[in-house]
Ligand binder design. Structure first.
Ligand SMILES: Nc1nc2c(ncn2[C@@H]2O[C@H](COP(=O)(O)OP(=O)(O)O)[C@@H](O)[C@H]2O)c(=O)[nH]1
Ligand SMILES: [Mg+2]
Length: 311
């Protein structure tokens, strides 16, 4: 069955930019600059874990919003997952945005259907993440949302197209809400990590959606971003050079060195990318390399879990 995903929010919130960023992970910024306001509803489809998804980008101008709310069953009926995008920098329109979400939720309440909801506080750009005012405003907004939307499972994310990882994380986490057993993969990775000096173990589908991931606790945002940058570069090279394995060795700003592999795996006729990064042990590089080999041992279980997910 096709699953329906709706991107909703006021005009100018950043919905179309987010979708573009997800679709064209590589060099998406040019594309975003050319965007024109969305007219009514744009649709496209994609496959994830073998399931077909329709993604709807709802133009957010007032006259469109009125249209949708006049015939909500036509536009919103059967939605499985909503990404509700709020321009976190546009304080003046918070109330208007909450109002719109409220009316959308009212429709679903009356229908007694409860899609999963991911609220994205968007335009939370890297250079302002530490500013007090925006953090306070977002917190208040979250509290208000939690209060009047109790019937719904709402999840919050802060995103910015200038931090592609934040967008991919929010998108992946939203999708994972539609798969009951998805967290089993992350649990497996947490287990595996205990045996090694792991910094990160992650599994992505071919379009960069996270299926599961484990990060070493206290890994800093900068370190995460660095790893993600490397991952994107490596994935590009793997595709360009038609490889199925890539090994690398790099260091963090702190001077700490790490080794990693990206491996293309084929489970159930689909391609996945496994990223495995461990701390390098200076005195014993050979040991490090051996450890990388050992990821082999975990593959059958990974495959088994993936097959359970997609059946
Ligand atoms: N600062 C900042 N601007 C953004 C971000 N995402 C989108 N924008 C800008 O916000 C404007 C509206 O974006 P658009 O995707 O058309 O919004 P939509 O109406 O919700 O589809 C555009 O000028 C984008 O360049 C972001 O993360 N940070
Ligand atoms: Mg748009």
């Amino acid at each position: 069955m096709v699953q329906k995903i709706a991107f909703l929010g006021l005009d100018n919130a950043g919905k179309t930019s987010i979708i573009t960023a997800i679709t064209e992970r590589f060099g998406f910024e040019d594309e975003v600059a050319k965007l024109i306001p969305t007219r009514r509803v744009d649709r496209d489809t994609f496959k994830f874990l073998g399931i077909e998804f329709t993604r709807m980008d709802f133009g957010g101008q007032e006259y469109y919003r009125e249209d949708y709310l006049k015939k909500p069953e036509k536009f919103l009926g059967g939605t499985d997952l909503i990404y509700y995008v709020i321009d976190a920098q546009d304080y003046k329109r918070y109330i208007e945005s909450l109002d719109y979400l409220d009316q959308i939720l009212l429709f679903f309440k009356e229908e007694q259907s409860y899609p999963r909801i991911a609220v994205l506080f968007h335009k939370f750009d890297p250079q302002i993440v530490k500013e007090k005012e925006i953090n306070r405003k977002i917190l208040t907004l979250k509290q208000n949302l939690a209060k009047y939307s109790q019937a719904f499972d709402i999840f919050f994310f802060e995103t910015s197209i200038y931090d592609i990882k934040s967008v991919m994380d929010a998108f992946s986490s939203g999708l994972s809400l539609l798969f009951d057993k998805m967290e089993m993969i992350s649990h497996l990775f947490a287990e595996i990590s205990k045996n090694y000096n792991s910094i990160l173990i992650a599994l992505f589908d071919s379009r960069g959606i996270t299926i599961g991931e484990y990060y070493r606790p206290h890994l800093q945002l900068q370190e995460k971003l660095k790893i993600y940058d490397i991952y994107i570069t490596v994935q590009k090279r793997i595709i360009a050079e038609n490889r199925d394995l890539f090994e690398f060795s790099e260091k963090f700003e702190s001077g700490e060195r790490f080794s990693g592999i990206v491996e293309v795996l084929n489970f159930g006729g689909m391609e996945f990318y496994l990223l495995f990064i461990i701390l390098e042990e200076e005195e014993n590089l050979e040991k490090t390399i051996n450890i990388l080999d050992k990821i082999e041992a975990a593959k059958p279980e990974m495959e088994n879990l993936i097959l359970q997910l997609i059946q």
